[in-house]
Design a protein around this ligand. Structure first.
Ligand SMILES: Cc1ncc(C[n+]2csc(CCOP(=O)(O)OP(=O)(O)O)c2C)c(N)n1
Ligand SMILES: [Mg+2]
Length: 386
């Protein structure tokens, strides 16, 4: 903060003006009570959808689940700092809260989780958690870090069009260790992180690179992935702005992303943000983190649950009374139940469309044709081998 100007007193001796009391963070950011409630509600919504997906997975109805739990503050704080009508989001599999804050609905998330025909991400072809929604949320592949150059491309497109748009991309700490640039010094193999940031830096593209550092890449802790203290330390090597922040605090994330977006729109180029979060679950529905993560570490993470962090802030500043909180929580529970019910009732994709939009021009073969000619049913005509 700039120093308060000195004022001359009656005896002519200048004395510094009394310092203004520090504003609470939300006031300094100009966030109204309603806006803060919206943020809190999306965080709760993401948590509730996520918890429901674990159940769907354990029931055998969702093939795979990978969780956003612990990343909600980072996702919501960043998405709220951007413009949904001009900016482009490139999420990764932990970005459920970010995409919900950017306009995706729980119904659309469940359509995808259950691989329904109306799934807007891929018509039931992508794995769950590969979020995408035309035109402003770009879906990505499963190969980690490959979405990073997409953000650079989207930012280049915005710059060429001159539409004032900014792109934001999310990825993990493990993804930031990938890169030909790092190969020799950092034990990695592919160049997406390096290429994405380097190109954006050279051309001062309006891109924001958010590394959500949950300090694990599946079972590998950060200390075994990188020797730098912070992922943001790498910013200097690309000559971009860098910041390392508490990603469990949505207001800290909001501030940092807003500043990055303002700079990007002003033509000052990209920012690399390390958003320090916690992973409150195993890596995915397919592993058991008790086998590689000490209980003390998991317990510590639970103390940094972003929903607790933000709830505490709101209550401390008298911004959330019990009645309002109960209303919000009930609305979230109802929304999730209704969205799931609708998604469950939605049509399955028909088998004939299985290859549509997968490989151009490739269609599902008509497996039944030979049996129709033989006049017998496929099951009776199938030859079995001993
Ligand atoms: C190129 C590539 N290598 C390996 C994998 C397997 N894989 C999936 S997620 C993951 C860990 C990524 O960790 P991080 O980037 O820290 O993200 P987090 O899951 O912790 O959010 C790995 C190695 C993959 N999907 N793609
Ligand atoms: Mg990680």
């Amino acid at each position: 903060m700039p120093e308060a100007p000195a004022t001359a007193s009656a005896n002519g001796i200048a004395s510094p003006a009394p310092k203004k009391a520090e504003l609470p963070e939300h006031e300094a950011l100009g966030l109204s009570r309603e806006r803060l409630h919206e943020m809190f509600e999306v965080m709760l919504l993401a948590r509730a959808v996520d918890e429901r997906e674990w159940i769907l997975n354990r029931q055998g109805r969702e093939a795979f689940h990978i969780s956003c739990q612990g990343h909600e503050g980072s996702g919501v704080g960043s998405a709220f700092a951007l413009k949904r009508d001009t900016d482009v989001m490139i999420p990764y599999y932990r970005s459920l809260a970010a995409v919900l804050a950017f306009g995706m609905t729980p119904y659309q998330v469940f359509l995808s989780a259950l691989a329904k025909a109306a799934d807007p991400m891929s018509g039931g072809r992508q794995m769950p958690a590969h979020y995408g929604l035309t035109p402003r949320i770009l879906t990505s592949g499963s190969s980690v870090a490959t979405q990073i150059p997409h953000a650079t491309g989207a930012a280049l497109a915005s710059k060429i069009r001159g539409d004032g748009g900014v792109s934001i991309v999310y990825f993990g700490d493990g993804a930031s260790s990938k890169g030909d640039f790092h190969e020799g010094i950092n034990f990695a193999a592919k160049g997406d992180f390096h290429e994405g940031i380097n190109f954006a830096a050279i051309h001062k593209l309006p891109a924001i690179f958010v590394c959500e550092n949950n300090h694990y890449a599946i079972s590998v802790p950060s200390s075994k992935q990188m020797a730098v203290h912070s992922v943001a330390d790498r910013a200097v090597g690309y000559a971009v702005f860098g910041a390392s922040i508490d990603g469990t605090d949505p207001l800290a994330v909001y501030r940092c992303v807003k500043e990055a977006a303002d700079r990007a729109r002003a033509g000052e180029g990209p920012t690399l943000i390390e958003s320090n979060v916690v992973r409150l679950t195993p890596h995915s529905s397919d592993d058991d983190d008790r086998r590689y993560r000490p209980e003390s570490d998991r317990e510590e993470a639970r103390h940094k649950d972003p929903i607790e962090v933000f709830g505490r802030y709101l209550r401390t500043h008298a911004l959330l009374d019990q009645h309002t909180e109960a209303l919000i929580r009930t609305r979230v529970a109802d929304t999730v139940a209704e969205a799931l019910e609708q998604a469950e009732a939605a049509a399955e994709p028909s088998p004939e469309t299985a290859f549509d939009h997968v490989y151009a021009g490739v269609r599902v073969p008509d497996f039944r044709a030979p049996y129709r000619d033989m006049g017998s049913s496929p099951s009776r005509a199938v030859k079995t081998t001993p």
